[in-house]
Design a protein around this ligand. Structure first.
Ligand code: AP5
Length: 226
């Protein structure tokens, strides 16, 4: 398999960020999480951040045209020559169409869409206890993956905070948005033979192991097809 172009799909709190960080280390590919990019823009007070903040605080999706340009530029960069890992994009049918058009223009294809499957009740439990590093977005959970020192990121020493959109009423709205706008992509990618379902309910280590096995199978299938 010459390049690995992956999408992580799943409801809020399913563990996309947790697994994305591990995958980035394992595969040494660029990892782009749209939520992290937007939060950095909000912190820096850029035009993008000012445009996105209100939507994010309410748990609404940021308009497609803002997001599509942001990711298109990255895929089209030398950094992505061997592949990429996208987390949180695409999230709507127009975003999926824009991604397909961009890849077609670059004569490239998606390798797989990894759906991290978790039920809504588990999402609420997880996001209620999540703590996020203000520096680089590393994620912890007060119960399931606590930091060594309370309130401090193990990786870069940054402060751990509760995200503005992790309030209970906002979590519920984000879930509604997911079911209305993002969940239809599951069928879309399944129809294209790209979807791989990952059980997101076991421990982070077991989920990572299932993803590794899935990617190993994809590599075998690609080798057999040559
Ligand atoms: P974004 O940051 O992408 O939020 P999200 O999709 O809601 O995902 P999360 O970051 O909440 O969760 P996650 O799946 O990464 O889970 P995590 O690993 O942290 O987007 C935020 C906002 O930006 C959106 O609402 C929207 O406004 C905007 N936006 C972003 N992309 C957009 C787009 N494409 N279009 C339009 N708008 C866009 O894990 C959660 C918690 O669970 C953590 O505490 C973790 O430690 C714990 N955990 C993880 N795995 C496990 C496990 N296996 N067992 C137990 N606990 C676990």
């Amino acid at each position: 398999m010459s390049e690995l172009n992956l999408v992580l799909l799943g409801p809020p709190g399913s563990g996309k960020g947790t697994q994305g960080e591990r995958l980035q280390e394992d595969l040494e590919l660029p990892y782009w999480a749209t939520g992290d990019i937007l939060r950095a823009a909000v912190r820096e007070g850029t035009e993008l951040g000012r445009a996105a903040k209100g939507y994010m605080d309410r748990g609404d999706l940021v308009p497609d045209e803002v997001i599509v340009g942001m990711i298109g530029q990255r895929i089209d960069s030398p950094e992505a020559a061997d592949g990429f890992i996208l987390d949180g994009f695409p999230r709507t049918a127009p975003q999926a169409e824009a991604l397909a058009a961009k890849l077609e223009e670059l004569v490239r294809e998606l390798t797989a869409v990894l759906l991290i499957d978790v039920a809504d009740e588990e999402v609420v439990r997880r996001l209620g206890g999540r703590r996020t590093c203000v520096e680089n977005g590393h994620v912890f959970h007060v119960e399931f993956s606590p930091p060594r020192e309370e309130g401090v990121c193990d990786i870069d020493g940054g402060e751990l905070v509760i995200r503005d959109d992790d309030k209970p009423e906002v979590i519920r709205h984000r879930l509604e948005q997911y079911h209305a706008k993002t969940a239809p992509l599951v069928e879309h990618y399944d129809g294209q033979g790209l979807l791989r379902r990952i059980d997101g309910t076991s421990s982070p280590e077991s989920v990572a192991e299932e993803i590794r096995r899935t990617l190993a199978t994809l590599r075998l299938e690609a080798d057999e097809a040559i």
